[in-house]
Write a protein that binds this ligand. Sequence first.
Ligand code: AMP
Length: 115
Amino acid sequence: MSETSIFTRIYAGEIPSEIIAETENAFAIRDIHPQAPVHLLVIPKTEEYRNVVELAAGDPDLLGELIGLANTLAAEHADGDFRLIFNTGPHAGQTVFHVHAHVLAGGLEEKTLGA
Ligand code: AMP
């Protein structure tokens, strides 16, 4: 990867953001433009994988760790139910090519699919 991703820079403390949770290989922040009452990002500490397809192929255990962290956060920040979105590719809305899961929660019953 030619330049350091914004999420790596946040984890390194170079860009201000609160790390709201952390596991051995992943961390979570609040999305700066929330699309739901609870909108968190769960991110691997490595930026080796550009998207969830690469992550699933390269390190399925790390993908499982992300999902586990999302589940924990949904219980802490909402009622435990959540929507998990991995935008994959620019035509699907991906803008940061360091794989991350959007965790949406809190009163989503009336909403249609999408972040
Ligand atoms: P995506 O468009 O799926 O690649 O998601 C990238 C997400 O990162 C967007 O929802 C942005 O709002 C979010 N984002 C970008 N910069 C920051 C930041 N400095 N702090 C928190 N979230 C951010």
